[in-house]
Structures are given as C-alpha cells and as structure tokens.
Write a protein that binds this ligand. Structure first.
Ligand SMILES: [Zn+2]
Length: 262
C-alpha cells in the first residue's frame, strides 16, 4: 500500500490523463465525473474521492490540506512532514482503496459506492491499529500463535481474518473482518462494535459468528477462517455440546460448514 503514496508523489500511477500524455491508449477522463483524470484528481479532488475522505475523516483525524496543493510530490513531502504515524496509515490505506475502487470501476466490476470504500478503509485501519498500537485497556483472548503471518487460501477459496478487541472501560467490543482471495486481494471488509460485552472469549466467539454471517451476506460459500483465539477454536472443534455461557454462539458456528485455521 505504501507504494501507492510513493507513486502518487512521483506522479506515476497509471491514470487517464498522464497515460495519454505518454501516448498510451486510455481515456483521459475520470470514470466517475468525466473531468481530466490527473493523479491528484483521482485520489484527492474527484467528488468520489472527496466523499470517501469525508467519511474517513469522520472516524480519524486527518488533515489533507488540499487547498495548499501545488504538486503531488510537494504535497506528499509536506504531508509526511506534519502527520502522525496513525494519520499516515489512514492516508496510505485510503489512497490505496481509492485507487483500487477506480480500477475496479474502470474494469467494469460494477459500480463501487463511496460508502463501501470508506468501510473497507475503516476495517483495514482498525486491524492495523489493533495490531500495531494496542491501547492498555484492550483485552484479548489467549492467542494460539505468536505470529500474525497471513497464509493465502487455496485458489477458489476465500480467507476470512477476524479480530475482536474488548474495551473494558467502555464495556464494548470491536470486530474487524477482512475477506481476501488466494492472491491476497481484499474482497470485502467490515468493522462493527457491540455494547455490553466484557468477556474476552465470548467476544472472540461473537466475532467469529459475525464473520461467518458477513461472508454469507457477501455471497462467499467456500471459506477458510483465520482466528487467533485458541480456546474458541477448541470449543468449535469439540464434538460435545457446549453448555457454557457462550454455548449458543459456539453451536451456531458449528452448524456452518467452515474450515478453521490458527
Ligand atoms: Zn472524477
């Protein structure tokens, strides 16, 4: 994803107008609004990009300072000079998803809505923040593996990575779900929060059940789920009926056809 920002700074993302200047056959016009498609138009100024940025800014503190824009390179250097680590993460993730949405629309993969781009951005950012900048109050279930290395699923199958985080002070939990194909391309993502959940293991089980439901809502049937919560995996794999507090959630998960990986 960082490469998107680097290519933005060097004005070498293959969008319409620059491609035409290099005599490569392409429409010089923006797929969303028919204006000349410069790189800054695609990622900062197009109404499509603005709508996504507006939603992302509703969630995170981001200062794009578009009014000071002179060139991609200057803008990027100035931005990197003043931004926080989290702000840089949010901007890189948003730009990458904007670029991806533009390419998908150009390739005819149906209309992409700014809302869905923004929710993918938020899910990705949440996942990064949970792994890199964990707050002290965050409680996690015991992990089955110390590494967070992602292993691609076989072709024709999708991998769902789900993560739950519990915030004791506000008694709520956050769920982050990302669905990827065998190439690692993000196909769908979502983030949700649930109130009044205080047990780490129950939070992980609820997140897992939500991930399975989300995959079926998105039309995926051949799925592999990655969860790092050892005790929930053991409960789901157990042959006896779970009569614990989280039993109903575990039994719901068992009823679905799924492959669990640690
Ligand atoms: Zn446009």
């Amino acid at each position: 994803m960082k490469i998107t920002l680097w290519r933005f700074a060097h004005d070498c993302l293959p969008c319409g107008h620059p491609l035409q200047k290099r005599h490569i056959p392409a429409s010089p016009l923006c797929i969303f609004c028919n204006q000349y498609e410069s790189i800054e138009h695609a990622l900062l100024f197009c109404h499509f990009a603005r709508e996504v940025w507006q939603q992302v800014k509703g969630e995170y503190e981001v200062h794009l300072q578009r009014q000071l824009f002179t060139s991609p390179r200057t803008w990027t250097l100035e931005f990197l000079d003043r931004c926080s680590k989290i702000e840089a993460t949010v901007v890189v993730v948003t730009m990458w998803h904007l670029w991806d949405a533009r390419n998908k629309t150009r390739e005819g993969e149906g209309p992409v809505h700014p809302d869905s781009v923004a929710s993918r951005v938020k899910a990705y950012v949440e996942m990064i923040l949970q792994h890199l900048y964990k707050p002290a109050t965050l409680h996690k279930c015991e992990s089955s593996s110390p590494s967070l290395k992602w292993t691609p699923p076989p072709e024709g199958t999708v991998m769902i990575n789900v993560d739950a985080a519990l915030f004791a002070s506000s008694r709520h939990m956050g769920i982050g779900i990302v669905i990827r194909d065998h190439m690692g391309t993000c196909l769908a993502a979502c983030k949700e929060s649930l109130k009044e959940v205080t047990l780490p293991e129950l939070a992980e089980a609820l997140a897992l059940r939500r991930a399975i439901l989300f995959a079926s809502e998105e039309g995926f049937s051949s799925i592999i789920i990655g969860s790092d919560c050892l005790s929930v995996i053991q409960r789901v794999l157990a042959t006896f009926v779970d009569r614990s507090l989280m039993g109903p959630v575990i039994e719901d998960i068992k009823r679905t056809q799924l492959t669990l990986v640690k």
